[in-house]
Write a protein that binds this ligand. Sequence first.
Ligand SMILES: Nc1ncnc2c1ncn2[C@@H]1O[C@H](COP(=O)(O)OP(=O)(O)OP(=O)(O)O)[C@@H](O)[C@H]1O
Ligand SMILES: [Mg+2]
Length: 659
Amino acid sequence: VPRRRAPTEYTPRHLADEILTLRSSLVGERKFVTVLFADVVGSMEHADRLGPELWHQTLDRFFRLLAAQIHRLGGTINQFTGDGVMALFGAPIAHEDHAQRACHAALAVVSAMQTFDAAFRERFGAAFEARIGLNSGDVVVGAIGDDLRMDYTAQGHAVGLAARVERLAKPGSVCMTANTAGLVDGYFELFARGEHDLVGSRLPVGVFELRGKGPLRTRLEIAGERGFSPFTGRDDALTSLDRAIELVEADRGLVVGVEGAAGIGKSRLALEFVSRCRGRGVPVYRAHCPSHGRSVPLLPIRELLADFLAVGSDDAPETAHRIEGHPVFEHVDRRIALPVALELLGIESAPPPRALTAAERLDCLSELLVALLNAPVDDKARVVLIDDVHWIDETSETLLERLVNAVPEGRSLLLLNFRPEYRADWMASAHYRELGLTPLKGAPRAALAASLLGDDPALEPLKKQIDRSADGNPLFMEELIRSLADTGILTGKAGAYRVVDPDAPIDVPATLQPILAARIDRLPDADKELLTMAAVVGREFEPAILEAIGDLPNDELHEAIARLESEQLIHTRSLHPDARWSFHHALIRDVAYRSVLQGRREQLHAAVAQAIQSQGAALGLRAGLIAYHWDAAGNRYKAARWRMRATLGVTNIQPTRFS
Ligand SMILES: Nc1ncnc2c1ncn2[C@@H]1O[C@H](COP(=O)(O)OP(=O)(O)OP(=O)(O)O)[C@@H](O)[C@H]1O
Ligand SMILES: [Mg+2]
C-alpha cells in the first residue's frame, strides 16, 4: 500500500503560500465550490500485476499529472484517496468560474492521460484509465494544516455526490451532476445521461457527460444564444463612444477603457457599439481574456492575432499559405515574424531560422501586432476590442501596454473592458479616456424589468423585490428572474411571466453566487470580516453597532468602511442624525451572510441584539428588530419577549426586564 501523501508534496509553492497566508480568514466559512474526484479504473488488478513498488511509482506519476492540471486551473487537492484525488475549485479561495475551471482541468487530465495510457499499455499490456466526477455545492472549510491538508464538512452531500457521479463515468471519461452542468452549459459540450438515483440525494440527479469544449466562450455569447434582453439606456456611453470613433477618424488613435462592476453591461455596450461600427463599414477586431486566463499565457493575444489575420478556429492547413500572403509581413521581419505568428496560432510551420529567446519572441509579436493595429487601410479607422481585461495574463499585458503606446501613431480605437479592480500604468497616457458604467436607473431600468418579466399587475411586488436586489445591474436582473422561473416561482414565457408564489423568498442564483463570493474574497481580512458582520446586522447598518460587536477601534472601522465604499460594496443611506450604511446589493449581503456558519451567526446576532438594546434609544420602535436578532440567535425566549413589546408598542414595559 502506498504511503499517505501530503498535499504539500504536490502543491506549488506560490499557491501553498497564498493559502497559508489567508488561512485564518478562510477557515470556518461556507463556500460554494466544484468538487472533483478522479481515480484509477481497476487499481486492484494493476496493483497485483505491477507489484507494490512499480505500482507506487506509477501512481505517483499519475498523481503528479493530476496535480499539475488541477493546480494550473487554480484548484486545490485536499485529499488523496489511495488511487485517486479529491480536489476543490473555489476553495479555500473563491473563483467566480469554479465549475468551468473544474471542467477545463478534467478535460486536460483526460487528454494528458492518453499519452500516459499509451506508455502504460506498451509496457504492461493493459489500459491505465481514470474516471472523473464533478459536482457543485456548498462545503465548509475546516482546519487547514501546515501540510495543506484541509478538513471539509460536506454540506448537502456536495462531496459525496461528486464521488458517486464519478462511479458512473466510463473509463477515460468525465461525468457531472446537473448542479455543475447548470453552471457550464454552453461553455462545454455536455451529453445528458438521464437521471440517476444517487446515495446522498433524495431526488434523482441529472447526470451529464463532459464531451469537450463548447462553441461558446463568453457569458455574453451564452446570453445571446438564449436571446438578448432588449438593449436599454446607456445613451450617454454610446454617444461618448461615437465621439471617440469620430475623433479617431478625424485625427488619430485613442484608447478607451470601459470600467464597471461584473454584470453592469460593459460587454453588451461594446457589442452594441461595434455592431454600429460594422454597420458603418468600420472594421472591428476583437479578443477576450478568459476567466481562467492566467493559467495559459497569451490566449487573448492569440485570439486577436487570429482575428487580424482572419483565421477561423476550424481552418484547414492551407491557412498557412493565406497567412503568408498577408501584407503585414512586408512591414516586419518576415523570416522571424511568420513562424512566430504561426506557432502562436497553432499552425504547423518551419521553425524560425534561429532559436529565439522568450524576450525576442515577445518583441517580434509586439512588432507584428503594432503593424496590424496601425496598418493603414485607405486612411480608415478601425476598432480593436479587448474584453475582460481584468483577467489578462502577464505576458499579454506586456503586449497590451505596447499596443496602447502605439495607438497614437495610427487610426485605431482600442476599446478595453474591465472591472474596477483592474488598474495599469498606461492609464496615465494622454490618449487614454475612461468611461465608467454605473447601475441602470429610471426609465431604462424599469423598461428592462418589464421586458424581462412582463406587465401582469400581479408581478408588481416581485418586481419591486427584484429591483431592490439587483439595484440596476442588468445581469443580476436577468439571473434573478431566470432562477425564479427555474424554481417555478414564475411560470409562462420570458417577458410574459405569471407569478405562482408571490411570497417566496428570493435566493441568490447559483450563477451569481460565485461572482459575488469572489468579490468578497478579494478584500483584505479586516474588511471582509467587517462586511460579514455588517451582513449579520442587515441590509442597512450603523457603524456604532459594528463598533460594539467587533473589536476594531473607531478610526480603523471608519477607514474600513471607506474602503468598502470605494469598492462599491456599500454606500451611505444617511449621515444625519446617525450615520447609516447600506449594501449596494441585497445579493452581496446575502452571499456574505450565507458564508457565516450557523454557530458564529448565532453569536453575532446575539451580539447585535445586545448592542441595539444597550444603545437604549427608541427601543420601543426597534423592538421588532431586536426580536428578529434574538430569533436568529436561537434565543426564542428573548425573541418572544421583544416581539410582545413590539406589538404592544412603547408602553409601560421597562426595557431592563428584557435584557
Ligand atoms: N443596457 C442593457 N440593456 C439590456 N440588457 C443589458 C444591458 N446591459 C447589459 N445587459 C445584459 O446584462 C447581462 C450582463 O451584461 P454584460 O455581460 O455586458 O456585463 P459585463 O459588465 O460585461 O460583466 P463582466 O464584468 O462579468 O464581464 C448580459 O446578458 C447583457 O445582455
Ligand atoms: Mg463582460
